[in-house]
Design a protein around this ligand. Structure first.
Ligand SMILES: [Cu+2]
Length: 169
């Protein structure tokens, strides 16, 4: 009788363990975010950039970005057109599996516009990344992004506003 009871209990226990394993898998980060920072802004400045390295564990597409500190946030690319560096909004940015995609000054970046408040150094800004997976399902990921004058780890001698001139709308 005792072994029967144990056998009867073992199955639900195993299903529970399987369920827990599935839940843990679902929460495993499909996207690694490294070195995130958003550039400080001064009163009256309408826009700034956010930068980070994104490495997807599975094929993902970045399809949007939002933050409570900006009225509008877009994915931007920068390109030389003749002698002029121009930027434009992209509807989406592919994040191939296992490949790091750098959002950095002078390259792809997240553009925060219609800033509602000056972004002060040593604060944090919540940024929500909207992602689409290979099956077309949408996922959101919130990242706490530190506000800084320059990239974390960058040399202090680097001019802080080197990118700013080309970054105005
Ligand atoms: Cu931009």
């Amino acid at each position: 009788m005792r072994s029967l009871f144990l056998r009867g209990l073992a199955t639900p226990l195993l299903s529970l363990l399987a369920l827990l394993a599935t839940a843990a898998f679902a929460q495993s980060p499909a996207l690694k975010v490294e070195g995130a920072w958003v550039r400080t802004s001064v009163p009256g400045q309408s826009g700034t950039g956010a930068f980070m390295r994104l490495t997807a564990a599975e094929p993902l597409t970045l399809v949007g970005v939002s933050t409570p500190v900006a009225g509008v946030a877009e994915i931007h690319e920068m390109k030389m057109e003749g002698d002029v560096m121009r930027m434009r909004a992209l509807p989406a940015l592919a994040l191939p599996a296992g490949q790091s995609v750098d959002l950095r000054p002078g390259g792809h970046h997240l553009m925060l516009m219609q800033l509602r408040t000056p972004l002060k150094p040593d604060t944090q800004v919540p940024v929500t990344l909207v992602l689409r997976d290979a099956r077309g399902a949408e996922r959101r990921m919130e990242v706490q992004v530190p506000v800084a004058v320059r990239a974390p780890g960058a040399a202090a001698s680097q001019p802080a506003n080197a990118h700013q001139g080309s970054h105005r709308h």
